[in-house]
Structures are given as structure tokens and as C-alpha cells.
Design a protein around this ligand. Structure first.
Ligand SMILES: Cc1cc2nc3c(=O)[nH]c(=O)nc-3n(C[C@H](O)[C@H](O)[C@H](O)COP(=O)(O)OP(=O)(O)OC[C@H]3O[C@@H](n4cnc5c(N)ncnc54)[C@H](O)[C@@H]3O)c2cc1C
Length: 309
């Protein structure tokens, strides 16, 4: 039997990882949380969160992360900086591999979240950081008095487009369908905002510019086939997310989009390996659901570890 470094390794320090850490630390498990960037995950790049309970006036993503991090520190959660590159889940001892080191654990919680899905059109990579962005909080202030394109139709696209109107003179919200998927309250706010212009039934086919930045985007109407060029200074993309789980390989069952499949206890297809938050197959990807999943995953991991004794 290989020697064990930790009862539980948590991969990722977003809302799911920090919540799993909180529950597992309070259960007095010997835990390590591994985060490749800084704790916080996607909410670091979120301007304002008004649907997380307990904050009647809403809270900024950065402040919410600050509070979550402060809370886990009270329980001495051990957080290590590093990127998980692969897993060996074939034996009873789970191996978590980082660059130059392997950590052995009785159980693992995968809370590595998700990243924005790219459009896959010409110019998207060329102009990334020079007009193409996935983060209004980070880059919105650069577009004061300018015109920007925003691509998407869900909650994130609409909420972030509204935020962009604090800076931009015009936000063209480009959506491939003739109605938005976003919640009604966000739709009402977007329709009432005269800086937002909806471009229905359209997709971006190319993002164009010169070396110093974006100058326009090419659009195609998916119903009529009509094409046009829209002059803009930037292009924000919010068309969904893809799971951050390349390190899983084929060791776990994934759904058709690559998200990790779990049961109601957040256990994956491998006993002792759990998943929580945006990385797993779930009908809703939000801070509250990530935290809820993670609480279940941590308690399930605790029961699993107990069952080994
Ligand atoms: C612009 C935007 C606005 C949003 N607005 C809202 C909102 O208003 N309300 C709401 O409830 N939700 C909102 N969300 C969604 C919310 O942020 C996510 O649902 C939530 O952050 C998911 O938490 P998570 O912990 O599962 O994943 P993430 O937040 O994605 O965190 C995963 C963490 O794992 C780390 N990680 C990834 N791979 C590895 C690896 N190999 N090794 C080590 N660490 C790794 C990442 O660096 C990251 O810190 C928004 C998201 C975005 C992008």
C-alpha cells in the first residue's frame, strides 16, 4: 500500500473548492486544496453578484471571494499553489500529479470549474487582450465612450452587457436566436437600457482590426444569410463555458460536453472521487449551486474516508 499524504485533496479554489475546504476542515480531515492561480475562480472577474443569499444589496465578486477566503482561513485550510496535470485513480490510493510531484490521498474532490467557451472565429486569438475579452470587470473601463460588441444571450452576457454600459457609449448585444435565454429581470433591464442595441439572429464570423486593436466584426444573419460589418472598438464574448478537466483524461465518466458526471452525493464513476460546481454535469452553474454541491461532496468524502477505517 502506498503511503498517504492527505485524507482529501481538493482541486480548485473557486466557490466550490473553498466551500468543500470549509466543510472538510471543520470535519477535521487532513486536507490539501490545490489552486493553480489565486483562490476565487470565476467570481473574481464578476462585477456584481446579486443572487447569492445573505447580501441584500448584492456584493462584488472580489469582496465575496475575500469573505470566503477569510472564512476558510479561520479553520486553517491548507492551500497550495500549483496546477494539477493528471490523476491516477486506478487504485485505492488516489494519485494527484503536479509538475515535479505526486500527492497521494484517500479521496479527491474535483472543483476545477470552467472557462469561457471561444467562438472559434478568425481574429479571436489574434486580438485577445487587444480588443477581445471575456471579462467586463477587467476590461470594461478601457472602452469609455466607445462602441463594443457583446456576444451571447444568457444571464452572463446580458448582465455583463448592462455593466459595460457604465463605460461604453453603445453595446451591440449579438445573439444567434430571436429571443434571449437570460432571466426575465435581466432582459427587462437590457431592453430598458438605451445604450444596448440587440442584434438578433446573428453570429460573429470574424473579428478584424490592426495591430493596435479591434476595428470591426463581421456578422452573418443565420436566417437570411445576409452579412455586414459592424464598426466596434472591442468584442466581449459570453457564449457558454467548457470544463477545466483536461487532467482527468479518460479516468472518469464525462457527459457529451465533457463535464464530469456525478450521482446525488457528488460521487463520480470512481469511488472516493467527487466533483462539485461548474466542472460537473448540472442544470445550473452559479455560486450558490457550486457551494451547495461542494458541501455535499465534502460530507460524502468524509463518509467515504470513514468507511475505509
Ligand atoms: C462574468 C461572469 C459572471 C457571473 N455572474 C454570476 C452571478 O451573478 N451569480 C452567480 O451565482 N454566478 C455567476 N457566475 C458563475 C459563477 O462564477 C460560477 O458558477 C462559479 O464561480 C463556479 O464555481 P466553481 O468553484 O465550480 O468554479 P470556478 O469559479 O471556475 O473555480 C475553479 C477554480 O479551479 C482552478 N483550477 C482549474 N483547473 C485547475 C487545475 N488543473 N489545478 C488547480 N486548480 C485549477 C481555477 O483556477 C479556479 O480558481 C458568473 C460567471 C462569470 C464568468
Amino acid at each position: 500500500m502506498k503511503s498517504i499524504d492527505y485524507d482529501l485533496v481538493i482541486i480548485g479554489g473557486g466557490p466550490a473548492g473553498l466551500t468543500a475546504g470549509l466543510y472538510a476542515a471543520r470535519a477535521r480531515l487532513n486536507i490539501l486544496l490545490i489552486e493553480k492561480l489565486v483562490p476565487g475562480g470565476q467570481i473574481i472577474s464578476t462585477d456584481w453578484i446579486e443572487n447569492y443569499p445573505g447580501f441584500p444589496d448584492g456584493i462584488s465578486g472580489v469582496d465575496l471571494v475575500g469573505k470566503m477566503t477569510e472564512q476558510v482561513k479561520r479553520f486553517d485550510l491548507n492551500i497550495e499553489s500549483g496546477e494539477v496535470l493528471s490523476l491516477d485513480l486506478s487504485g485505492p490510493v488516489k494519485e494527484v500529479r503536479l509538475d515535479g510531484k505526486t500527492i497521494a490521498a484517500r479521496a479527491v474532490i474535483i472543483a476545477s470549474g470552467a472557462s469561457p467557451r471561444k467562438l472559434g472565429v478568425p481574429g479571436e486569438d489574434t486580438f485577445y487582450g487587444k480588443g477581445v475579452s471575456f471579462c467586463a470587470t477587467c476590461d470594461g473601463p478601457f472602452y469609455r465612450g466607445q462602441k463594443v460588441a457583446a456576444v451571447g444571450g444568457g444571464d452572463t452576457a446580458v448582465q455583463e452587457s448592462i455593466f459595460l454600459t457604465k463605460f461604453a457609449e453603445k453595446v451591440y448585444l449579438i445573439h444567434r436566436r430571436d429571443e434571449l435565454r437570460a432571466s426575465m429581470i435581466l432582459q427587462e433591464r437590457a431592453f430598458a437600457n438605451d445604450k444596448i442595441e440587440l442584434v438578433w439572429d446573428s453570429v460573429v464570423t470574424s473579428i478584424n482590426g490592426k495591430s493596435d486593436g479591434v476595428e470591426n466584426v463581421d456578422l452573418k444573419n443565420v436566417k437570411t444569410g445576409e452579412t455586414k460589418t459592424l464598426p466596434v472598438d472591442g468584442c466581449f464574448i459570453w457564449t457558454g463555458i467548457a470544463p477545466n478537466n483536461q487532467f482527468v483524461g479518460d479516468s472518469l465518466k464525462l457527459d457529451e460536453y465533457g463535464f464530469v458526471i456525478t450521482d446525488s452525493k457528488m460521487e463520480t464513476s470512481v469511488p472516493g472521487v467527487f466533483a462539485a460546481g461548474d466542472v460537473r454535469t448540472t442544470p445550473l452553474r452559479q455560486v450558490i449551486t457550486a457551494a451547495g454541491d461542494a458541501a455535499i461532496a465534502a460530507v460524502s468524502a468524509e463518509h467515504y474516508i470513514e468507511s475505509l477505517k
